[in-house]
Design a protein around this ligand. Structure first.
Ligand SMILES: [Zn+2]
Length: 329
């Protein structure tokens, strides 16, 4: 489905089969000079067909088209390699460009998940069905790095880059101050909440995410163009809801811990998840991966704030409330 949102700015809905996200919103700016495509879809047949047909209907010449990708996740980045041409420029953020260059980070994430209680057999299944492994980009085109505050011109639009780490390490949004449009990627979504995952002790993605929400809160925005689902008109109200959601989540995690010491995987299995599934045992493996990552993000946030403690014993990481650690000591 194609829709003209503003003159020369279109949304192409790219189907994401079997995903609770349903669609990826790809935004296309058509111009007599260079066109710009923001986010692309997974590297799979259904997405490629939807994009090709959308671009064809819009009369977009791929040779005159540049790309901006909000973040590394496969539903945004995966199809890029199938759409770029030798004359395309690709704009992307530095932290995730460095991640692409680095080797061994899947292995490190897998080891980290195991240390946080993810059972071995399930872990292998979760990795096999992870969209990043199944539908990621086959190769990576040359990247033009953008920093916070940099500008991209496309037709009548002059976008300013807004770095918004949290949902991913280097997540970047685009803001058009004259038109008061904010291209949000997965920073702000409605009907669903952006997944915040943590896969390293050194990081605090939830704290980054909350700070990135504050960064956008006071901006003058009439229309948010999110990476999934429907457009958002009241960004302040949505940001307030998202912040409240994480406050509630933090409270839930604390009450699940109770007086116990538990792994993040154990905590995830008791959290409430908005998914069509009757028990944790029946959760799709890939969703268990996202759920555990989200549990770790909340546990790390609480631990770094000093509300709970982390213990690393015999290769396993557990989290415990503060009192019981004092009690043990
Ligand atoms: Zn996404």
């Amino acid at each position: 489905m194609i829709e003209e949102i503003q003159p020369g700015l279109f949304r192409v809905q790219v189907p994401l089969p079997n995903s609770p996200l349903k669609f990826l919103n790809s935004y296309v700016i058509r111009s007599s000079d260079r066109n710009l495509i923001i986010d692309t879809g997974l590297n799979r047949k259904e997405c490629l067909e939807a994009m090709q047909s959308g671009l064809h209907q819009l009369g977009i010449d791929p040779a005159k088209t540049d790309f901006f990708i909000t973040h590394l996740h496969a539903d945004h980045f995966g199809l890029l390699s199938k759409l770029v041409t030798s004359t395309s420029r690709v704009f992307f953020n530095r932290p995730e460009a460095e991640l692409i260059e680095a080797t061994g980070w899947w292995e490190r994430m897998i080891a980290y998940a195991a240390k946080n209680g993810f059972p071995d057999k399930e872990l292998r299944e979760a990795i096999r069905s992870h969209p990043g492994r199944e539908f990621g980009s086959e190769w990576v085109p040359e990247i033009n790095i953008l920093q916070d505050g940099d500008e991209i011109l496309a037709g009548d639009y002059c976008f300013k880059c807004v770095s918004t780490p949290g949902h991913s390490l280097g997540h970047m949004c685009l803001y058009e101050p004259n038109k008061k449009i904010f291209v949000a990627g997965d920073h702000i979504l409605i009907d669903i909440t952006p997944n915040i995952q943590c896969w390293s002790d050194d990081q605090n993605p939830l704290q980054n995410y909350l700070a990135s929400l504050d960064k956008v809160k006071d901006m003058e925005i009439d229309l948010v163009l999110p990476g999934h689902r429907r457009l958002i008109t009241n960004h302040k109200a949505r940001i307030a809801e998202l912040k409240e959601h994480h406050e509630t989540r933090l409270g839930e995690v604390l009450s699940i811990l109770g007086d116990d010491s538990q792994t993040a995987y154990q905590v995830a299995s008791q959290m409430t998840w908005d998914i069509d599934c009757d028990s944790w045992e029946n959760f799709p493996r890939a969703q268990k991966w996202f759920a555990t990552g989200e549990a770790i993000a909340h546990l790390c946030y609480l631990q770094k704030k000093g509300s709970i403690v982390r213990r690393d014993e015999r290769g396993m990481t557990t989290f415990a409330p503060k009192e019981s650690s004092l009690h043990d000591a």
